[in-house]
Write a new protein. Structure first.
Ligand code: BES
Ligand code: ZN
Length: 878
């Protein structure tokens, strides 16, 4: 595909652009295979330039003509772009190129989806549309004219004029090319409006294909809530007369924040009670908020270069999580985020793909839209806020918006704003952006009762190089409790030496009767080893450490199962209450797997108490009942020096879940009935939480009644959440066949529902059969390699079925590799992302390792392998 060898780009090599763009005029003459793009760009020398080279990015373009100040020129063209001799001062560049949207299967640049023209330019897709300095630090206002027979033609900014077969748009805000967007199609809109805090009326639209109009109302409400929330919480107002959202079926990611014209994967915006689950509704609300919030954190203030990606993504994920916490339940959101962080970011940070939140080099930037940049990037902002406090955080953000509006900024700019607003030195904190790997935090404790206070301090404490920090109590008489923390980050790929990081550790202390004796206190750890002393205590406390998961670390503490059961019953911090239950379950499962131990009664007892606790939010109870994923258990076993066996792990989870069902047997019917939601469907957190708990309970009941109740629920369900939960139970109990056939017939015309049909059969299949089920489904007429949603529903689901994917004979690996090889020629970005399911290959036994290695090498050996996939496979193989 490309004639040059892959090149590595380094952060340290950044130089400012030689030429800046004053404004851009684009004309699109749309035609499926022969679209003409005519550009008129005013360039001016950058006063900060270090060289004068005039280079424009451009890929897969046919140059028809090019002029400088009206005179035809003949630029030097390569696979990456063109260069040309130019005047010393400002000049006008004009070019006409031809591109072929209909054959663009990479879904990057201008492409077609279901008869509609659409674009995806982040990160480097604009260069597939026309020649341009396609880098985020070149910002300009755009005027766009679209010519086409299609009824709806949209671009960024405000509409300025339209006529028969054409439309013109103008975006007054200067922006980088990655935020450019164009849509043209036979679309209909769901309109609404919003009045901003300063009283301006904004026209809102969600544009969809005619058959999808009934699925727009929820997204529109989410948009209005997001606009209001950003005004209330961050003081940020929308800045154009119109905000358009478009749903497209073929899209590599979830959604894209193009200025004034957000483009969404249909799965991330379309929703109706009959076709979407509670989880879909929640995700849609969050993604709409996320893309909308980018208008300030990403668009008004953008990134200087792609190494700064976390500047917009980490911050915007943090903002959307705050929004979800405010709209729904904060503890439930926090627990879900930590489950996700541990499932996706921790393995990344501890494996061959490990990289800092701000990477220092890349070959293909599309491979760095990672859980580390996004989710760890958001955690870093959460820590910063915790350390400086809510008020200082708000002041720092005001300063950020004031100082950097219109800029392409860096992480240094971001941290400077916090230093200036708070007077704090953030030099050490910056390591969170530059150092990769997950810190491990070891905790030991020391108790000196009032009676033996005259004794010398314990050895552990004396070993601490620093005087311990005094936390509470001062000179009050009583016992002294000391917590000593040691942090250590194991070396990661490309980074062997690690320095201590700033860790905000939220701690509370409970008395022996379960009362909280010291409320949440923030300990600020900066050393490799550090002690904190609590004085004036009447009895030895039970500590609740890392409340709200105040830092993204692995906590290592020898804790008895009794103590965990105690915290599960008494902790006032919902996160740590959940965490105690999760650790009990995890340790119990590990003992079952390693030693064939029986299930831990304390977990079973804890669960039967939690599940009946009507004072607890049902959504929280549902989270308590869920066991750690097989892949998480594999990771823990590996850390403990045991080679994980996927079949044994699966068996242990099955056994424990069956025992939970047996333990709760008597309570299940009553509890399930209590959780039944009457009346019209609402996706709000309250009813959704009840359905989540009811769903867990139905799963347990199915183990006892062979699926009778699930079958009844499947038939009577009037919403997708109930229907899909019942279908999953039926599949798991081996009685899914009829329901699956009925489901297909009922929903065969709805792509998003058929994605669920593909996904569920594979994800819920018995591991021995998962690869075969997936293989059969790739032969189904509805399997569509070119549609990323359908591909992920099939191959992503296989990878999610841990024991199924890791079947000892390697069938899972081979099937996935076969399809990745095929997809790479069409869609490098989606192929490369999915390669990461092989990232933990070195964790497994020699047989599986060899099989995974062989399949990775098979992918690597494919001729014309894309730069995206080549980089991923190369890094994974090491
Ligand atoms: N800017 C991204 C979309 C994007 C990602 C474009 C990668 C090009 C390459 C967008 O804001 C985003 O982050 N979308 C997420 C969803 C979000 C809720 C985290 C996505 O698409 O998954
Ligand atoms: Zn984003």
């Amino acid at each position: 595909m490309r004639d040059s060898p892959p090149q590595t780009v380094y952060l340290k090599d950044y130089t400012p652009p030689a030429w800046l763009v004053e404004d851009v005029h684009l004309t699109f003459r749309l035609a499926a295979k022969t679209t003409r793009v005519i550009s008129r760009i005013r360039f001016a020398p950058n006063p900060d330039r270090v060289d004068q080279t005039f280079f424009l990015h451009g890929e897969d373009l046919v140059l028809i003509s090019s002029h400088i100040d009206g005179v035809a020129v003949t630029p030097k063209i390569t696979a990456e772009g063109l260069s040309c001799d130019v005047p010393d001062g400002p000049f006008i560049w004009e070019a006409e190129v031809e591109i072929s949207p209909a054959t663009n299967t990479a879904l990057e640049g201008l492409y077609m989806s279901g008869g509609m023209y659409c674009t995806q330019c982040e990160a480097e897709g604009f260069r597939k549309i026309t020649y341009y300095p396609d880098r985020p630090d070149v910002m300009a206002p755009f005027t766009v004219r679209i010519e086409s027979d299609l009824p709806v033609m949209l671009s960024n900014g405000n509409p300025v004029a339209k006529g028969e077969g054409w439309a013109e748009w103008h975006d007054p805000w200067k922006k980088p090319s990655y935020l450019f967007a164009l849509v043209a199609g036979d679309l209909v809109n769901h309109p609404d409006s919003f009045t901003t805090m300063s009283g301006r009326d904004v026209e809102l639209n969600i544009w969809v294909r005619p058959g999808d109009l009934h699925k727009c109302a929820f997204g529109m409400e989410a948009l209005k809530k997001s606009m209001k929330w950003d005004e209330d919480v961050y003081g940020r107002e929308y800045d154009l007369d119109i905000f358009n959202i478009v749903a497209v079926d073929d899209f590599n990611m979830g959604a894209m924040e193009n200025k004034g014209l957000n483009i969404f994967n249909s799965s991330a915006v379309l929703a109706s009670p009959e076709t979407s689950t509670d989880a879909n509704f929640e995700r849609i609300e969050a993604i709409i908020a996320h893309e909308y919030f980018h208008n300030w954190t990403g668009n008004r203030i953008t990134c200087r270069d792609w190494f700064q990606l976390c500047l917009k993504e980490g911050l915007t994920v943090y903002r959307d999580s705050q929004f979800t916490s405010d709209m729904r339940s904060a503890p439930v959101k926090r627990i879900s985020d930590v489950i996700d962080l541990r499932a996706r970011q921790f393995p990344e940070d501890q494996g061959p793909l490990s990289h800092p939140v701000r990477p220092e080099s890349f070959q293909e930037i599309n491979n760095f839209y990672t859980a580390t940049v996004y989710e760890k990037g958001a955690e870093v902002i959460g820590m910063l806020k915790r350390l400086v406090g809510d008020e200082a955080y708000a002041q720092a953000l005001d300063l950020y918006f004031e100082r950097h509006d219109g800029d392409a900024a860096t992480i240094e700019d971001w941290l400077q704003v916090f230093e200036d607003a708070t007077g704090r030195d953030l030099t050490q904190f910056k390591r969170w952006y530059t150092q990769s790997g997950t810190p491990r935090l070891k905790v030991t404790e020391d108790w000196t009762s009032a009676d033996d206070a005259s004794r010398p301090p314990s050895r552990d404490l004396a070993a601490s190089p620093e005087a311990p920090d005094q936390v509470r109590g001062g000179d009050t008489p009583g016992g002294t409790y000391t917590l000593t923390f040691e942090q250590h980050t194991p070396g990661t790929s490309g980074q062997t030496e690690k320095a201590p990081q700033v860790l905000p550790i939220a701690v509370g202390l409970l008395g022996p009767n379960g009362d909280e004796i010291t409320p949440t206190t923030l300990l600020e750890m900066t050393q490799a080893k550090q002690s904190f002393v609590f004085t004036g205590l009447s009895a030895r406390p039970i500590p609740s450490i890392l409340r709200e998961f105040s830092a993204p670390v692995v906590l290592e503490r020898e804790t008895s199962a009794d103590e965990r059961a105690f915290l599960l019953a008494h902790d006032t911090d919902p996160f740590n209450r959940w965490e105690a239950g999760r650790q009990l379950a995890r340790d119990g499962l590990i003992a079952m797997i390693r030693n064939g131990s029986p299930a831990d009664d304390r977990w079973l007892e804890g669960m039967s108490r939690v599940v009946r606790d009507d004072t607890a939010d049902p959504a929280f109870r549902a989270l308590m009942l869920s066991l750690p994923a097989d892949s998480e258990l594999a990771q823990v076993l590996h850390e403990q020096g045991t080679t994980p066996d996927p079949d044994t792990i699966w068996q242990a989870r099955e056994t424990l879940t069956q025992q939970l069902a047996d333990t709760l047997q008597d309570a299940l019917p009553r509890l399930h009935a209590e959780m039944t939601v009457e009346g019209a469907y609402s996706p709000d957190a309250g009813p959704a939480g009840r359905r989540a708990l009811a769903g867990k309970l139905l799963g347990l009941t199915t183990r006892l009644d062979g699926g009778a109740q699930a079958a009844r629920q499947y038939t009577s369900a009037d919403n997708m959440t109930l229907q899909l939960t019942a279908l999953a139970c039926l599949i798991r109990s081996g009685r899914g066949e009829d329901a699956l056939a009925a489901f297909y017939n009922r929903w065969k015309d709805d792509r998003l529902v058929i994605d669920k049909w593909f996904m569920l059969q594979i994800a819920e299949a018995d591991p021995a059969r998962a690869a075969d089920v997936a293989k059969t489904l790739t032969e189904h007429p509805d399997f569509d390699l070119k549609n990323p949603n359908r591909f992920r529903a099939t191959m992503g689901a296989l990878a999610m079925n841990h024991a199924g994917f890791h079947r000892a004979d390697g069938e899972g690996y081979a099937l996935l590799a076969d399809w990745l090889i095929r997809l790479d020629a069409l869609n490098p970005q989606t192929t490369a992302r999915m390669c990461s399911v092989f990232q933990a290959w070195r964790r497994y036994d020699a047989g599986r390792q060899a099989l995974m290695q062989r399949n990775l090498e098979r992918i690597a050996a494919k001729s014309d392998l894309s730069r995206d996939t080549a980089e991923m496979v190369g890094r994974i193989l090491g």
